[in-house]
Design a protein around this ligand. Sequence first.
Ligand SMILES: Cc1ncc(COP(=O)(O)O)c(C=O)c1O
Ligand SMILES: Nc1c(O)cccc1C(=O)C[C@H](N)C(=O)O
Length: 410
Amino acid sequence: MTDTTLLQSARELDAGDAIAGYRGQFDLPPGVIYLDGNSLGALPLRTAAHLGEVVRKQWGEGLIRSWNTADWVNLPQRVGGKIAPLIGAQPHEVIACDSTSVNLFKLIAAALQMRPGRKVVLSEPGNFPTDLYMIAGLEAQGLAERRLAERARLVDALDDDVALLMLTHVHYKTGEMFDMAALTKAAHEAGALVLWDLSHSTGAVPVQLNAAGADFAVGCGYKYLNGGPGAPAFAYAAERHHDTMGQPLTGWFGHAAPFAFEDDYRPAPGMERMLAGTPPVLGLSALEQGVELVAEIGMDRLVEKSRGLSEFLRRAIAHFAPDLPCISPADPAQRGSQLSFRHENAYALSQALIARGIIGDFRDPDILRLGLAPAYIRYEDCYRAAEALGEILQTGEWERDEFMQRAAVT
Ligand SMILES: Cc1ncc(COP(=O)(O)O)c(C=O)c1O
Ligand SMILES: Nc1c(O)cccc1C(=O)C[C@H](N)C(=O)O
């Protein structure tokens, strides 16, 4: 069912793609079209080489001396500083550490402490679960009160009980993107602080935290930053909060003088106080490589390519699978680097695609999600995915029993 015009157009777009050459910097398995870089980014070749070096030379030979000689001790600040320009922040406003979940916990607690007399953390139903669960953890300690409001009602829900508005910038299921500047302004007008989860934004869409006046942010290292499975996450706090913010995980690496081994906690200046325990050196070393690669390609070019890819994929799926509704916003400037489609057997569809070497994913209950990591996806990949999806739907290929068995991780 090849459409030669569409295929030709994909090939022309690839030929004119200014960042096409960067695909060769990733270790992509042959025969696989990888549309899940929004969940786990691909492996940069430089990461495999660098990690070997870190393990053998820095760890194996340098041993404990490498905390100083290889500057392991400053990895969280150094990697954070490299993430900062990708999200419109200053280098000292970002630190790479812990998981996104743990960073959420620390920053929600920090915000609550900065708004005495207010306890409400406002978010939306259907936000990524860990974001909502982290409010629950603070609620159980009597420190927070969760309030959820639908997108259209968020601004109305901002009253003077709200300490913090906490939202995910690009929705993990639909790819819908919030207007960061407008919501930050509305929250500030109500006297609240704002925390943005940039897990599906960093390295994929334009983010200007400082220009938007944001207070806090967190994000994942293993998606578009290609930091590897379970990579450390990052935390951002606007400079104006650095002297006043606290955090509940008062571990020794967040101490002003960790190697003074004092009995009493004194917070380190700035973002370093967001650290808790010993930095995960291997994870941070891998993340640093992924971040450097993204920075080298450049956000402007990544954003332009991401929009081009998602527009092309939308067009191709509308052609090959016209009955499959796209639930992501039609305007590429209002969505992340993904397209989501609704089908009552979306899981089986995703499995049938995987059986053909096209890896997207499924989100409960009925969403087929196709991620478009602009650093390594080609327009022709989008064409092939759309064509395969059309065939799978037309032939009923997805109806096989083996495609219905749910795996533990989807
Ligand atoms: C919006 C969002 N926040 C947080 C996370 C994950 O947090 P963690 O890195 O702690 O697993 C994800 C994905 O797993 C996510 O999509
Ligand atoms: N963090 C993940 C994991 O440990 C296993 C499988 C998937 C993930 C994900 O990142 C999911 C992702 N945040 C999502 O948007 O669905």
